[in-house]
Design a protein around this ligand. Structure first.
Ligand code: CA
Ligand code: CA
Length: 125
């Protein structure tokens, strides 16, 4: 792995997005390091991560079949473990699903209008 990438990780994130990326990496390794291969998630580690970190989005992660389905979906190279690349695909897919939900249900118009009117006037001055 190129050294420069690690150096970037040791710097303080300067934006929310950089912080989010570092959190994704830290969260993955918090669970991946518990048993077996330090850099991949076993079934047990995946279940723990889903339960602890994505309980709101994947409410049924306690369900063994659900974990099994997620595992099978994510394990692109069929080695029985979820590596970071496979994990990030789950996060990407969930984020897209959240964004779709956001687009489908915009905030109440009346509230936004009254708020933006005020903001627009303030900006003009
Ligand atoms: Ca592991
Ligand atoms: Ca895999």
């Amino acid at each position: 792995m190129p050294r420069s990438k690690c150096d970037v990780m040791s710097k303080e994130p300067s934006s929310n997005l950089e912080s989010a990326m570092q959190m994704l990496i830290k969260t993955f390794h918090k669970y991946s390091g518990k048993e077996g291969d330090k850099f991949t998630l076993s079934r047990g580690e995946l279940r723990e991560l889903l339960t602890e970190e994505l309980g709101n989005y994947l409410g049924n992660a306690q369900d063994k079949d659900a974990v099994e389905r997620v595992m099978n979906d994510l394990d692109a190279n069929n080695d029985g473990e979820v590596d970071f690349t496979e994990f990030i695909i789950l996060i990407g897919a969930l984020t897209v699903a959240c964004n779709d939900f956001f687009l489908d249900s915009p905030p109440p118009k009346s509230k936004a209008d009254s708020k933006s009117d005020g903001a627009a006037e303030e900006k003009k001055e």
